[in-house]
Write a protein that binds this ligand. Structure first.
Ligand code: NDP
Length: 473
């Protein structure tokens, strides 16, 4: 905060635990409303000059932040893995490079974001100024900590805002390191404050503070609803990226080897702890038995192991409590008559390790098909026709992302148009072009991040109308 580390005003700390071995990683300052007030005071001072810097000057600092993350990439990757239990290979290849890429992308966006002008011929010209909102709150979850935090902070800064940021208490370290990188990159003190602490304390204080004018939140649907209800009476802008229960629809005419390989990735990357992971796998009847058998065989080779081993592809879950929640869903599936094809019980030994679990034989109303588990658990269901696949896929309160696996182009377009999700991937998963809108429909959230959508969210449009018609006309 204010360009330096400081303890919380209340002098309190919380423990940051490595879920792979239960050991303490660090004691982290536990901030609350008093710390937020300091950050807001500094942000108000900083905003006067930061909001008037040129886009080029802001871009230069954002490029320097990207460079700082990249230079310390190994340190960042290690911190992410110790905090979350995710494989170091994943932190190295996904989390950290993508966080740096977010800063590079929005550095460029800052310089390309243009005003619009509309002429009323012979009468007037209207133009739209896009002005920074002011102080904005960015609240991120633990599953992709730096990646998702940078996805918010980078556009907010690019647009000229000051930011109060709260990482999850389960993954605090890389956000603290980001603060250090920002200082080194020349970001003026007060423009960004990272406030560590607990959701109901510092998170809620950020949402409630009258000087925080917009909230960009990624997290669970219930938390999102709570934030929306608190922000609404103050008419704050909110962008809410929430949970998912994503369908993966496999047609018999798919490119089978590629589909099989990708299903393993889309369902179990980061132990299923990615909002975009597919957790309901629908397979055309004629392919069902073959795919189920091949998937079980493939998953036998995908077992959780030491996250620090570069060869590990599956690490630990975020916490013991989360593992218990995930396992609770598997137990419910058993009671509901589900057939556990593989996995289904924790790994022996210490650490929150849970194997990939595939369940078949559950109806669309089972908890495992309706609720977000956010772990390495996916269901398999057969379908007979395209219409049935669509109906099953859309039978969800969520609507984040869907994947389609087919070589039939017309079908791909038809299905993509009819699926009730914010994102549809055809024959791929997690292929991201940062210019495209990102977000979901239904209980998966409101608003979109990415590209101009993010720049629009972090600015207020002001219409200026200049009358140049003849006097007295
Ligand atoms: P939570 O909703 O529990 O927490 C998200 C963030 O909000 C954390 O920083 C948390 O702090 C904070 N928070 C918690 N309570 C409050 C509150 N009352 N007011 C303000 N902030 C609060 O989600 P998880 O961290 O468990 O993340 C998993 C969820 O995130 C899943 O549902 C997943 O689908 C979703 N997600 C959505 C994505 C998307 O783009 N749509 C992407 C990634 C994840 P603390 O952790 O300290 O409690």
């Amino acid at each position: 905060m204010g360009g330096s580390y400081r303890p919380a005003v209340g002098g309190r700390y919380f423990e940051d635990i490595n879920p792979a071995n239960g050991k303490l990683v660090a004691h982290i300052a536990r901030s609350d409303a008093a710390d937020l007030q300091l950050a807001v005071d500094q942000a108000q001072d900083a905003f006067r000059s930061w909001s008037r810097t040129t886009p080029e000057a802001r871009a230069e600092i954002l490029y320097a932040i990207a460079g700082g993350i990249a230079r310390r990439g190994e340190e960042f990757a290690l911190a992410e893995t110790l905090d979350t239990g995710k494989p170091i290979a994943f932190s190295r290849s996904v989390d950290i490079p993508r966080a740096a890429a977010n800063f590079r992308f929005f550095a460029a966006a800052a310089t390309q974001f243009a005003s619009e002008a509309h002429e009323m011929p012979g009468r007037a010209i209207n133009y739209t100024l896009r002005q920074p909102v002011g102080i904005v709150g960015c609240i991120a979850p633990w599953n992709l900590p730096l990646y998702l935090m940078s996805w918010k902070i980078a556009p907010a800064l690019a647009a000229g805002n000051c930011v109060v940021a709260k990482p999850s208490e389960w993954s605090p370290v890389t956000a603290a390191m980001l603060g250090e990188v920002c200082n080194e990159a020349g970001l003026p003190p007060g423009v960004l404050s990272v406030l560590q602490g607990l959701g109901p304390e510092i998170g809620e204080a950020i949402v409630d503070h009258p000087e925080v004018k917009a909230i960009s939140f990624t997290g669970g649907t219930l938390t999102g609803a709570r934030i929306a209800s608190r922000a609404a009476p103050a008419f704050k802008k909110t962008s809410l990226e929430l949970g998912g229960k994503n369908p993966c629809i496999v047609f018999a005419d798919c490119d089978y080897p590629r589909t099989l390989r990708e299903i393993e990735r889309l369902a179990f990357s980061n132990s299923g702890q990615i909002c975009l992971c597919g957790s309901r796998i629908f397979v055309e009847q004629s392919l069902y038995e073959r795919l189920a058998a091949d998937l079980v065989e493939a998953l036998a080779k995908l077992q959780p192991a030491d996250p620090l081993d570069p060869a590990t592809r599956l690490g630990a879950l975020i916490s013991e409590a989360h593992l218990q929640k995930v396992h609770g869903y598997v137990e419910r599936a058993r009671l509901e008559g589900g057939n556990i094809l593989c996995g289904g019980s924790r790994m022996p030994g210490a650490g929150a390790f849970y194997p990939p679990t595939l369940i078949e034989g559950l109806g669309p109303e089972s908890a495992c098909n309706l609720e977000e588990i956010f772990g390495p658990v996916a269901t398999l269901q057969p379908f007979a026709t395209e219409e049935e696949a669509l109906e099953l896929a859309n039978h969800s309160t969520y609507g984040l992302a869907a994947t389609l696996w087919t070589e039939n182009l017309s079908r791909a377009h038809r299905m993509a148009s009819a699926l009730q999700t914010g994102i549809v991937w055809v024959n791929t998963w997690l292929l991201r072009d940062l210019r495209t809108p990102f977000g979901g429909v239904k209980h998966s959230g409101t608003g979109r991040e990415g590209g101009w959508e993010a720049m629009r969210f972090f600015t207020e449009p002001k219409n200026v109308c200049i009358n140049f018609g003849p006097r007295n006309a």
